[in-house]
Write a protein that binds this ligand. Structure first.
Ligand SMILES: O=C(O)C(=O)C[C@H](O)C(=O)CO
Ligand SMILES: [Zn+2]
Length: 276
């Protein structure tokens, strides 16, 4: 397994960043090398962003030195979403089949988690956050998600938000995860944008055709920056930052949050005219 650490950065420092510094601080690449666990440990609410691509052999969710834990989930919860073909995650000898875009929540204290390979080439994306207690493990399908469709074709932001691991669906300590699908012809996610100083967020872009990109906007609303993001890359969004994107095609992305509360709707909206 390979892990990297990303430290939290003050918004004033980000104002001085050049492109490469911005990418090194906030863009997460190479989440799916074959047969290897990849983990990015952020100091924003200590959210972990990770990926597993068990192309030919199972991959175990192993602990790493920075956690100083006997096993990965000793003090953590995790949400896993399959962004590839049909797969299976084995948890303490129980198999959980996961189809594309299905999610699995696993609570604190679970010792063994294994990402299984499959003929349909599953790809497992995950977020993990520190947890104060153990909530029951649960698989969540797209039908079980809380689903809303917002925006419209006239503003190029018509999209369906599927809230998979949120507290209207199941109990979690601080993790919230879901995915948002852009309707054909719409390119803007999270526009109008928002901030939520109580929680950080991570966006993971997928179903983006080869050679297409999403321009992800970040920064304080009056001091924005952008990152060009490819398929299967993630962006760390600090609590003070907007997180919004416009694609050169339609795409899907997973959002995951951790922080002060579990109130998905308490974001502070920013009108497009306030952005700079
Ligand atoms: O398209 C959107 O709007 C989103 O998906 C918003 C995210 O869910 C989010 O930022 C939640 O805070
Ligand atoms: Zn948000």
């Amino acid at each position: 397994m390979k892990h990297e650490i990303r430290y939290a950065i003050h918004p004033d420092a980000v104002k001085t960043f050049q492109t490469q510094q911005l990418r090194e601080a906030f863009l997460v690449e190479n989440l799916f090398p074959e047969n290897e666990l990849r983990v990015c440990y952020t100091h924003y609410d200590r959210l972990i962003i990770g990926g597993a691509n068990p192309a030919t052999a199972p991959i175990q969710l192993t602990t790493f030195n920075a956690l100083k834990a006997d096993f990965f989930l000793q003090r953590r919860e995790i949400g896993i979403i399959n962004v590839g073909g049909k797969g299976t995650v084995t948890v303490d000898d129980m198999d959980y089949p996961l189809a594309n875009k299905e999610a699995l929540y696993i609570g604190r204290g679970t010792r063994e988690v294994t990402f299984q390979p499959g003929a349909d080439k599953p790809l497992y994306y995950f977020n993990s956050a520190p947890a104060h207690t153990t909530y029951p493990r649960r698989k969540v399908t797209l039908e079980e998600a809380e689903t809303v469709t917002i925006g419209g074709p006239e503003t190029s932001n018509h999209r369906t938000i599927r809230k998979l691991l949120v507290n209207s669906v199941l109990e979690t300590c601080q993790l919230q995860m879901g995915l948002t699908e852009l309707k054909t012809g719409s390119v803007w996610n999270t526009m109008p944008p928002h901030v939520h100083d109580r929680r950080m967020e991570a966006y993971f872009y997928f179903d983006l055709p080869p050679n297409q990109v999403v321009c992800h906007f970040m920064g304080e609303p009056a001091e924005t920056r952008h990152l060009f993001v490819k398929n299967h890359q993630a962006v760390i969004s600090p609590p003070w930052s907007i997180h919004s994107g416009a694609g050169t095609s339609s795409y899907t992305f997973i959002w995951g949050m951790a922080g002060e509360n579990l109130d998905y709707g308490d974001m502070d909206a920013v009108a497009p005219g306030e952005l700079r």
